[in-house]
Design a protein around this ligand. Structure first.
Ligand SMILES: C[C@@](CO)(OP(=O)(O)O)[C@H](O)COP(=O)(O)OP(=O)(O)OC[C@H]1O[C@@H](n2ccc(N)nc2=O)[C@H](O)[C@@H]1O
Ligand SMILES: Nc1ncnc2c1ncn2[C@@H]1O[C@H](COP(=O)(O)OP(=O)(O)O)[C@@H](O)[C@H]1O
Length: 281
């Protein structure tokens, strides 16, 4: 049986402002998403029965709770598809790092199985289905860098610069729910009136609270700040800084390698998943 292998790229939140809170407790955001040419890898093979089997384990995540399995089952339910899938995951992205690994895995599953099962669901349908799995899934389904509003689901395509990034991975798990329920979180940023995001607006409103709660994150920010402006992505724990070339980013990562885990990756406004899918058509 032939396998379809697809990437599930990471994302960065190049800025993140919190404007308020909805009645259901979810926070209203303005954030700029960009992809990285770096991520997990998923392989899919069609099954003739309707089973969804993920053959790789993700630490701490039971099979049926994995966003990959949930995405596949939701797609079957939406379309009435009677085929199943064997799925393999090569996990590269750190979990709970604010770089969207779980959401990206879910989006790759939706697009990959839509292709393999020949469902012809529209991008709008898949993005809507994706939103029911997580606020970050739709941007991965769309595959273009975007300015996001609402809880992250109202997307306007954007084309920020595509530098090389050093991404540091502090060895702590930051819970998104914990940060969003923190009493000291800033929740009153004013909406931006201009697009693209004007210079000087790249702050992340979660950063202060995360730095206060996690000294490892503060330490990584301080170290990277010696070379370039360093910021938190999402609710962390990962921090990142931009460089004009791979060589410069590699050099900085090497200088920090004694105490820091991390990687170097190129920013990309078209996700590598979509580039790969395009090449299959
Ligand atoms: C903050 C962002 C920015 O990209 O990224 P991450 O750091 O998680 O990658 C996302 O909006 C994360 O969205 P998502 O990944 O769907 O969040 P979840 O883990 O499902 O949310 C966990 C909890 O955080 C709170 N939450 C989440 C998103 C949001 N806009 N407002 C919230 O208040 C809710 O209490 C929710 O139950
Ligand atoms: N395929 C998956 N990969 C990673 N995490 C997953 C996956 N499926 C479910 N999860 C759950 O989603 C949580 C958030 O994961 P992840 O998307 O990597 O972090 P973040 O939202 O901070 O970028 C994990 O802690 C895990 O419990």
């Amino acid at each position: 049986m032939s396998r379809l292998t697809l990437p599930a790229p990471a994302k960065l939140n190049l800025m993140l402002h919190i404007l308020g809170r909805r009645a259901d407790g979810y926070h209203l955001l303005e954030t700029l998403f960009q992809f990285l040419d770096y991520g997990d890898e998923l392989s899919f093979a069609v099954r003739d029965d309707s089973e969804i089997r993920l053959h790789s384990t993700v630490e701490g995540v039971p099979h049926d709770s994995n966003l990959i399995v949930k995405a596949a089952r939701k797609l079957q339910a939406l379309t009435g598809c009677t085929q199943g899938a064997d799925i393999w995951l090569k996990k590269v992205l750190p979990m709970g790092g604010g770089i969207g690994g779980g959401s990206s895995d879910a989006a790759t599953t939706l697009l990959g199985l839509n292709h393999l099962w020949k469902l012809q669901c529209s991008e709008d349908q898949l993005a809507e289905l994706g939103l029911s799995l997580g606020a970050d899934v739709p941007v991965f389904v769309r595959g273009h860098a975007a300015f996001a509003e609402g809880v992250g689901e109202i997307l306007t395509p954007a084309d920020p610069e595509e530098p090389w990034y050093v991404v540091l991975v502090p060895q702590v798990f930051v819970s998104t729910a914990e940060i969003f329920s923190h009493p000291q979180l800033t929740r009153d940023s004013l909406p931006l009136k201009m697009r693209p995001v004007p210079k000087g607006n790249s702050r992340n409103d979660c950063q202060l609270v995360v730095e206060q709660s996690y000294p490892e994150v503060r330490n990584s920010l301080n170290l990277l700040s010696k070379f370039t402006e360093a910021r938190l992505t999402g609710t962390g724990s990962c921090v990142f800084g931009a460089f004009p070339s791979k060589a410069e980013a590699d050099k900085v990562l090497a200088l920090l390698a004694d105490t820091q885990s991390g990687f170097v990756a190129k920013g990309s406004n078209v996700s590598m998943l979509h580039r790969k899918l395009q090449s299959l058509l």
